[in-house]
Design a protein. Structure first.
Length: 123
């Protein structure tokens, strides 16, 4: 389970990076060069596209942080976990989801399949 927990920790480090240089380094540490991320709103591959999606989320939700919830469950090269996007100002969490990742031999992420379980209400 340490392998899965380490991969998920690097994943959240990337998602919580807001400085462009730190974000680029965190994405490279978390994903393989051809790593991908797919959810209902995004389908990207490679470090540049991954960093752009993450930066876009921070533009849409400034002052928010991704937090891991629950435990990481994994077998073989696959793990799953849940998360929330939490406001640093008031602690609200308008977005929550669950992700399934597959890992490469070096422990970095090859693929992420994301599911959005809670989204903000729209007018």
């Amino acid at each position: 389970m340490k392998r899965y927990a380490a991969a998920v920790a690097r994943y959240f480090e990337a998602w919580n990076a807001t400085d462009p240089e730190r974000l680029a380094k965190a994405v490279a540490a978390a994903w393989t060069e051809s790593g991908s991320y797919t959810d209902p709103l995004a389908d990207v591959q490679g470090h540049e596209q991954l960093a752009a999606v993450i930066a876009g989320v921070h533009e849409q939700f400034p002052g928010f942080e991704f937090r891991h919830t629950g435990t990481v469950d994994g077998h073989h090269d696959t793990a799953r976990f849940t998360w929330e996007l939490v406001s640093g100002a008031d602690g609200s969490a308008p977005v929550a989801g669950s992700d399934v990742i597959t890992l490469a031999e070096d422990g970095r992420i090859r693929t992420v399949l994301g599911f959005l379980d809670r989204l903000p209400a729209t007018a």
